[in-house]
Design a protein around this ligand. Structure first.
Ligand code: UD1
Length: 448
């Protein structure tokens, strides 16, 4: 790379400290909870800021581990990342001198691969590690790589790294995906903004976070337009400018708190969370029998008393937006464990996202995992406290929900996974009257 710095130069993420949650369940939640900015928007916006040398400013950025890892990854490249106030990040990518995204970043967070498109497009080369990410399914990146090749990139794979080059500039072109990919779409969009000519991306993911990214790129001077529900077109520009942007609310966090109110029989108002971001989720919890009302920017949830038999079983099939979000499938399963009858769950997007149901079953849920894509849940089950283990982010939040609904005390190991994506989750639950504490792994006693 014409640069003598050793691999892994400044990348020193905080060591992962193993933590546990201890939760005493069986208390209805009540009160108001603010919903944070969307993880899946913020990470891409930070990556997009490398498309310009000018300063970009983001507000409503969630204070979560994944954002910290992205900030460290950018700093390692020579990007200036300031954090002048809570939830505010400023990014200035004038002096990027190290076009190498190391294994340490990729292993901790799949979204580090979002740097492929912008760095390749702006600097004409990048070496980037194959990401690991959550332990959910195989999570390949072939669609991202094929999209870059469709725009004229030359990419080789050696020893776990993609070596990507764009001789001259990337060229606008036709990016055809065999099926919808959220980050694949976003990487293609970012790459196309500085390519020479016109790009058509189809099918383009329709998630609100993709449109948030498009809105920000527009402020940077990029020409990006969703010309049909599943089509995004980009006219390449020679350069982009800095811009300010407020991150949209996190619809997955919002859905998680909706279920928390539902399964504890609580009354909770979510602030800064418009219903229309939640797609099929709102309609599905409505069919279950959950009462909620949508304000302009709030969602008010009135959970039914536990054991009242008020919730009905429904079948759920995950799908790209506006279908039922795969990230809300695990929380939904907790609600279905409290519904009368048998619900079938079909996870169409990822292979490993039903595995965590083994842990839910340890808490008393009646669950049958048929294969890696299908499960049935019968209810209502009386959940009870247990010792359980978190395997990934969304499963982690869902075990918290189950513990809040359960009688007795639950100890949840692997709490650090949850901090990857949920801002101050125990603080928010405490504010709603939950009994939850976060302790270092190995702690046997607590003061409260
Ligand atoms: C994003 C979200 C994640 C969400 C998922 C689906 C971020 C940071 N993460 O992940 O929270 O669960 O969308 O809504 O935004 N695939 C391939 N090859 C590829 C890329 C994907 O085969 O190159 C497959 C995946 O294995 C999966 C499907 O495509 O089966 C869809 O995945 P994708 O939409 O790409 O998910 P992500 O963008 O990684």
């Amino acid at each position: 790379m014409g640069n003598e710095r050793p691999f892994h130069w400044e990348f020193r993420p905080e060591p992962i400290e193993r933590e546990i949650f201890r939760i005493e369940g069986g208390r209805p939640l009540s009160g108001r909870v603010p919903i944070s900015g969307a993880k899946n928007a913020a990470l891409k916006l930070l990556a997009a800021a490398t498309l310009t040398g000018e300063r970009c400013r983001f507000s409503n950025v969630p204070e979560i581990e994944d954002v910290r890892v992205m900030a460290e990854t950018l700093r390692d490249l020579g990007v200036v990342v300031d954090h002048p106030a809570p939830n505010v990040y400023e990014v200035a990518s004038g002096d990027v001198d190290w076009l190498f995204v190391p294994l340490e970043a990729a292993a901790r967070m799949r979204a580090s691969f979002m740097l492929l498109g912008p760095l390749l497009s702006r600097f004409g080369r990048v070496i980037i590690s194959n990401p690991g990410g959550d332990r959910i399914g195989r999570r390949p990146v072939n669609l991202h790589v094929d999209a870059m090749r469709a725009l004229g990139a030359e990419i080789e794979y050696r020893n776990g790294y993609y070596f990507a080059r764009a001789p001259g500039r990337l060229r606008g072109g036709e990016v055809r995906f065999p099926f919808v990919s959220v980050m694949g779409t976003e990487n293609a969009i970012l790459a196309a903004t500085l390519a020479d000519g016109h790009t058509v991306i189809r099918p383009a993911a329709r998630e609100p976070e993709v449109d948030d990214l498009i809105a920000f790129l527009g402020k940077m001077g990029a020409e990006v337009e969703r010309t049909a529900p599943d089509t995004v077109e980009v006219e390449g520009r020679k350069r982009l400018r800095g811009a300010d942007h407020r991150v949209i609310p996190d619809r997955i966090e919002a859905g998680t708190f909706v279920i928390a109110a539902a399964v504890t029989g609580g009354r909770v108002t979510l602030e800064g969370a418009p219903c229309d971001l939640l797609g099929a989720f709102i309609e599905t919890v409505g069919r279950v029998g959950l009462e909620l009302s949508c304000g302009r920017d709030t969602i008010e949830v009135r959970g039914a008393p536990p054991d009242g038999g008020a919730y009905r079983a429904v079948d759920v099939e995950t799908a790209p937006y506006p279908g039922f979000a795969t990230d809300l499938q695990p929380p939904m399963c907790v609600l279905l464990s409290q519904a009368v009858g048998t619900s079938r769950v079909h996870e169409t997007i990822f292979e490993d996202r039903l595995e965590w149901l083994v842990e839910l079953a340890r808490m008393g849920a009646a669950v049958t995992i048929e294969d890696e894509h299908h499960a049935t849940i019968s209810g209502p089950a009386r959940l009870h406290g247990a010792e359980v283990e978190i395997g990934d982010l969304r499963a982690g939040a869902s075990l918290i929900l189950a513990a809040l609904a359960a009688s007795g005390t639950t100890t949840i190991h692997g709490a650090h996974h949850v901090h990857r994506g949920y801002e101050n989750i125990e603080g928010k639950f405490l504010g709603l009257g939950a009994r939850i504490e976060r302790l270092a792994e190995g702690t046997t006693d607590s003061s409260s």
